[in-house]
Design a protein around this ligand. Structure first.
Ligand code: ZN
Ligand code: ZN
Length: 225
């Protein structure tokens, strides 16, 4: 097996873990779209995992009309949790209130949380259901770098293992981190460009119609006189 961030390698590896030994976790850091894609692919392959959602990401908004619909669909196939950031959610109370808010938005129970940004780890706030309290061995593909070797090298090593895989890094045609991020930038620029063009078209149409209406009213007023 070649170790790369391809869907082929991902699904082949997941299938090699013994039943019940693997706890698959996905923190959504940059791309909601990639998380949604991974969720559908996993579902098609009979895999159930947990997706941790941020509410303060500068890169995506999980609560837009479209993303909320996708989140609700993801909740049917998988578990969802909160991926909190201590810079915005500094205390356990803040975390609980965001869990509740997310529950209200999606309509499913949020039982787990994970913390975003390892640099902030010294400020960790533990709350009920925190995945780090599990006794599983833990490995992560953070920044596309498996510190203890790719998860394919762990398939038979542990009784229970929690694997954190960021959906952003995995694709049909794997790229390096710089290429992955550049791809998101291109996608975002295209999406924003479309949004602003649509907004412009909508506003132009609205004001043209409003002007025509005012013009018509003025004309009718004049006729009455
Ligand atoms: Zn591998
Ligand atoms: Zn994160």
């Amino acid at each position: 097996m070649t170790c790369e961030f391809s869907y082929d390698h991902y699904f082949e590896t997941v299938s090699k873990f013994k039943n019940g030994s693997l706890f698959m976790r996905h923190d959504i850091d940059y791309s909601f779209e990639k998380a949604y894609e991974m969720a559908l692919r996993e579902h098609a392959n009979g895999i159930v995992s947990i997706y941790m959602v941020q509410l303060h990401s500068p890169f995506y908004n999980p609560l837009t009309q479209d993303n909320l619909r996708k989140l609700k669909e993801m909740a049917v196939y998988h578990d969802l949790g909160l991926h909190y950031d201590t810079r915005c959610t500094p205390t356990a109370n803040h975390i609980y209130s965001e869990m509740e808010y997310l529950e209200g938005q999606i309509g499913c129970k949020i039982k787990n949380v994970s913390q975003h940004d390892l640099v902030m780890r010294q400020n960790r706030t533990y709350v009920t259901g925190d995945l780090f309290k599990m006794s599983h061995h833990y490995i992560s593909d953070s920044a596309m770098h498996w510190r203890e070797g790719c998860f394919c090298q762990h398939t038979n090593r542990w009784k229970k293992i929690q694997v954190l895989a960021h959906p952003e890094y995995w694709s049909e045609h794997p790229k390096k981190l710089s290429g992955v991020l550049a791809g998101f930038l291109t996608d975002d620029m295209q999406r924003l460009n479309e949004q602003y063009n649509n907004l412009h078209t909508h506003l132009k149409k609205y004001y043209a119609e409003r002007e025509a209406e005012l013009h018509q009213k003025a004309k009718e007023g004049k006729t009455k006189l």
